[in-house]
Design a protein around this ligand. Structure first.
Ligand SMILES: Nc1ncnc2c1ncn2[C@@H]1O[C@H](COP(=O)(O)OP(=O)(O)OP(=O)(O)O)[C@@H](O)[C@H]1O
Ligand SMILES: [Mg+2]
Length: 329
């Protein structure tokens, strides 16, 4: 019997739906449950052959549990080592190298010293920073946002150097990025599952939270959707994420990837809506089943240099690709 365990936090709709979906396949050799974690001994295997992780970014204890489990052959969705190493600024740099359109982005030092550090911890930093050159490169309007974050926290749109410095002053000890604002017409959020399946959803960030996933979207140029799908696969394969959301803001027909480090993507039925919810529950259930059936107990290769080198965007393992075209309405 192969066991699939799900670790999650405050969310209430996706995890139980996933457990029910997997168990509804009635595979006598695979069973899913909400993971129960107690004493965690070093180098001891987890009882779960596959673990779907929805929360370890907020709870370091779970991240530690998952790395220990991986060492004994548990398959984790998503790779806890890479997730720990990754950040959004690196993502932008990698996307650029892979030929995906990324708005110009710079990394900025913390406005205030991180706890336990002082001026002398920052002696390598050029002072003052070459702000004029930075503003020339990025331009205005621009987005000031954390290099590692989520939930629109500490995200500022700034239209001038004055507005920038006012916002920057409020960013405490966070490491921030400054990125050219895309004057977008279309905006997409895309689920990518198993580095194979892409589901493109039209999204309107200007609407209240529960209305942002557009219900009856206007048709979109199929060429734009093709590129969005291709770029989405390129990014998720390079980063090795089996579950991710990639966000694109499109200007003049060019999809700019602006956020693609979402390894525990929003999947709440009340926010994404029934149709998107059904899609993501089905796909993640299928993926977890496939991984459970293929589980051998051998430790997976957790080095990522091959991934980051930019794998081909063709179909992997000869599997059929499927693109959801619900975005056409
Ligand atoms: N370069 C940009 N051009 C245009 N809009 C942007 C840009 N960067 C961010 N935004 C806007 O700000 C919002 C939040 O930015 P971002 O997705 O980077 O932050 P986040 O904290 O990851 O948010 P979430 O958790 O919703 O994904 C985006 O949904 C988008 O509306
Ligand atoms: Mg985002």
């Amino acid at each position: 019997m192969k066991k699939i365990g799900i670790i999650f936090g405050m969310e209430s709709t996706f995890p139980p739906a996933l457990v029910d979906k997997i168990n509804s396949f009635h595979d006598p050799d695979v069973q899913a449950e909400v993971a129960v974690i107690g004493e965690v001994r070093m180098a001891e295997p987890s009882p779960y052959h596959v673990i779907i992780d929805r929360i370890s970014h907020d709870i370091p204890f779970y991240r530690g549990y998952l790395k220990n489990a991986a060492l004994s052959g548990s398959i984790i969705i998503n790779n806890p080592f890479w997730w720990s190493a990754d950040d959004k600024f690196f993502n932008f740099a990698l996307g650029t190298k892979l030929g995906v359109a990324i708005p110009k982005t710079v990394l900025l030092p913390h406005k205030h010293h991180p706890p336990g550090t002082t001026d002398s911890s920052m002696r390598n930093l050029e002072y003052p920073l070459p702000w004029e050159s930075i503003f020339d490169y990025v331009g205005f309007p621009a987005f000031l946002k954390p290099f590692d974050g989520g939930g629109w926290k500490d995200v500022y749109k700034v239209g001038s150097p004055g507005e920038f410095f006012h916002a920057y002053d409020q960013t405490r000890d966070l490491c921030m990025t400054l990125q050219t604002a895309v004057n977008f017409k279309e905006y997409f959020r895309c689920y990518c599952v198993g580095q194979q399946m892409v589901h493109i959803m039209q999204y309107d960030p200007s609407l209240p939270f529960h209305e942002r996933y557009v219900k009856n979207p206007a048709p979109v140029d199929p060429k734009l959707l093709e590129r969005v799908e291709r770029d989405c696969l390129t990014l998720c394969r390079a980063l090795g994420y089996d579950l991710n959301t990639v966000e694109f803001a499109c200007e003049d027909g060019i999809p700019y990837a602006i956020d693609f480090m979402n390894p525990a993507p929003d999947a709440d039925i009340h926010s994404v809506g029934q149709a998107n919810f059904d899609w993501i529950v089905n796909q993640v259930a299928e993926l977890a089943m496939e991984k459970a059936r293929k589980h051998t107990g051998m430790v997976t290769e957790y080095r990522w240099s091959a991934l980051l080198g930019g794998p081909s965007t063709g179909s992997k393992n000869g599997q059929a690709r499927q693109i959801s075209q619900e975005v056409h309405g």
